[in-house]
Design a protein around this ligand. Structure first.
Ligand code: GLU
Length: 581
């Protein structure tokens, strides 16, 4: 029995709270149990890559074939996604990556979240009239761009877990940027959508996404990107070019353009550092869930839903009216806690441990009745103090990918430029993020209380990204999952866990399954995937139901089967594919 298995057995007996001794909590007090799983039975014969785009999956598998690790493949995938899916993520964005090291059994949470410039204050998005600025004005501006973190994070992970030289992992993307890729239907559709907002404002974006006559690039058009190929060559030589060289300057210059220029400086860029902690892990039935730590709320919120559902027989309930009702109520309660308490732990105390304490989660689960929907759900009070009521607006861009290499190392990474096409500005052939609009626009609530996720100099905005790696009771890798989708990421990801752990579904069935998102007093659900009996039944229980024609989840799962092979699944709502070896 491994150290963790013993720990978990003890946890199961006493409840997780009993396990949260100092020894098992890192310096930020965020790891509920020690993030160390069983070393894998190396070598694994096969690897797998699941991403939102066939080129990106191909880039990843080629790196694995060439002897690369999951982290090497993640670099290839990210650099390709930045080109073929610029609406979702890019080299000037941010990400959270969970990494399972098969040799040591360690599970690490890498944090490549953007940081706010040193010159901003809590009124970043407040107008001179004392009111928050229009959300869209905040997005389409230089004010929304934080110091990009994803490449610095990948560099850090590569130094620790790369098997191939850094530079070679850029080859696929350089080649594609030079020679062109076909604009996908989704990208073409989103260019049309964004042309109504800010995508035509800047000369670079106008020239890149539109024909000379101003019409948008159509699906199938072969788009090259020489400036991006140039940027990639620079990055391949030295990632510092993004932080103190030519690319840093290009980003800073674009941020200072009108309208609404931002305050980002070369010094902000130079001093950026990615983060790394033990992953946030908690047990669910006979599995261990490991996810991202704050400032992402994804780990806490997904595990809060699961920790509450541990008090119900989800297997017996199944994907029925009762099953979805309980799932919805646990989600509603988890979102309420997440909204109020989670922000950057370097700036505000985040009660991660208290929020995931099984006794606390049981008390939350006890609020759930089987015959009546909860009304006016509020955050709990696990620490005797409540920050101001959150006012963070939340948009949806983003991409999730999962990778396993032949050694059994696993990457589960969610990556984003925030809204669709980020701040709708480009530099060096890539999009600039608008991640700072993930802060609450208002720093205080109506009672004058400070909001945890308010803007502050050098702070990272709260995220919903929820990349997870799930282990079985022996600490062996079971599956990796995660999704884009703004704050809905939390519900999408929890759904895949319940589907696979309790409802016996395959990865594809779990990804295909209807999304049901319950937060802030209503349930939004994909009506096509649910029976009328369930939908009307939820209404009869007192839920306010909003019917969705389709969500924009992008759930990309890899499961390890009992024979050691892998099964992958790409979300049919996006354009991704799973490729294996
Ligand atoms: N910026 C969001 C976050 O970090 C993600 C947006 C999305 O998923 O579309 O939570």
């Amino acid at each position: 029995m491994t150290k963790t298995a013993i720990l978990l057995a003890t946890c199961a007996f006493f409840g997780l709270g009993a396990c949260a001794t100092k020894e098992h909590i890192n310096t930020h007090s965020i790891s509920v149990i020690n993030a160390e799983m069983a070393p894998a039975q190396a070598p694994y014969a096969k690897g797998m890559v699941v991403t939102a785009n066939p080129h990106a999956s191909q880039a990843g598998i080629e790196v694995l074939r060439a002897g690369g690790s999951a982290v090497d493949a993640a670099i290839a995938v990210q650099t390709v996604l930045s080109l073929v899916e610029p609406q979702s993520s890019g080299v000037a964005g941010g990400a959270f990556m969970i990494f399972y090291d098969a040799k040591t059994g360690k599970v690490t949470a890498y944090n490549g979240r953007e940081k706010a410039p040193a010159a901003i204050d809590e009124n970043l998005f407040m107008g001179t009239d004392g009111k928050p600025m229009r959300y869209l004005d905040g997005i389409i501006s230089g004010k929304s761009t934080g110091v990009p973190g994803v490449m610095a994070m990948l560099d850090m992970a590569h130094q620790e877990h790369g098997k191939l030289p850094w530079a070679g992992n850029f080859d696929f993307a350089i080649d594609l940027a030079e020679n062109g890729f076909e604009v996908s239907p989704r990208l073409a559709g989103l260019i049309i959508m964004a042309s109504k907002f800010g995508l035509k404002n800047q000369e670079e974006t106008r020239n890149y996404f539109f024909h000379e006559d101003g019409s948008p690039l159509e699906a199938g058009f072969l788009r090259d990107n020489k400036p991006y190929a140039h940027s990639l060559r620079l990055l391949a030589k030295d990632v510092r070019v993004m932080y103190e060289g030519e690319l840093a300057q290009a980003i800073v210059d674009a941020v200072h353009e009108d309208p609404r220029p931002g305050l980002l400086t070369m010094e902000d860029m130079r001093t950026y550092k990615p983060g790394k902690t033990e992953a946030l892990c908690s047990s669910y039935r006979d599995t261990i869930l490991c996810g991202a730590t704050p400032p992402s709320s994804g780990g806490i919120a997904v595990q809060s839903i699961m920790g509450q559902l541990a008090n119900f027989d989800m297997k017996a309930l199944g994907p029925t009216l009762a099953g979805w009702h309980v799932f919805s109520e646990a989600s509603e309660l988890a979102y309420a806690d997440r909204n109020l308490f989670v922000a950057d732990p370097d700036f505000v105390p985040v009660p991660s441990r208290e929020l995931l304490d099984p006794a606390y989660l049981k008390s939350r689960a006890n609020l759930i009745s089987m015959d009546k929907a909860l009304k006016d759900v509020k955050a709990g009070d696990p620490i005797g103090f409540k920050p101001g009521v959150d006012a963070t607006p939340e948009k949806k861009g983003t991409s999730h990918f999962s990778i396993v290499d032949k050694w059994g190392n696993v990457v589960s990474m969610t990556t984003t430029v925030e809204s669709v096409f980020g701040s709708e500005r480009m530099a060096g052939g890539f999009m600039l993020n608008n991640q700072l609009t993930d802060f609450s626009f208002m720093p205080r609530d109506k009672d004058g209380k400070l909001i945890a996720n308010r803007p502050q100099a050098g702070k990272r905005p709260r995220s919903s990204m929820a990349p997870h790696i799930v282990f079985n009771k022996n600490g062996q890798f079971s599956f990796a999952t995660g999704s884009p989708g703004g704050s809905s990421i939390i519900a999408y990801t929890a759904k895949t866990m319940i589907a696979m752990i309790d409802w016996g579904m395959s990865p594809q069935e779990a990804a295909d399954l209807a999304n049901v998102i319950s937060r802030k007093g209503s349930i939004r659900l994909e009506e096509a995937g649910l029976t009328e009996e369930i939908i009307i039944g939820l209404e009869k229980l007192g839920h306010t139901v909003k019917r969705s024609k389709g969500e924009i989840s992008g759930i990309h799962i890899i499961r390890r089967n009992t024979d050691g092979t892998y099964t992958g699944a790409a979300d049919p709502r996006r354009e991704g594919v799973a490729v294996g070896e």
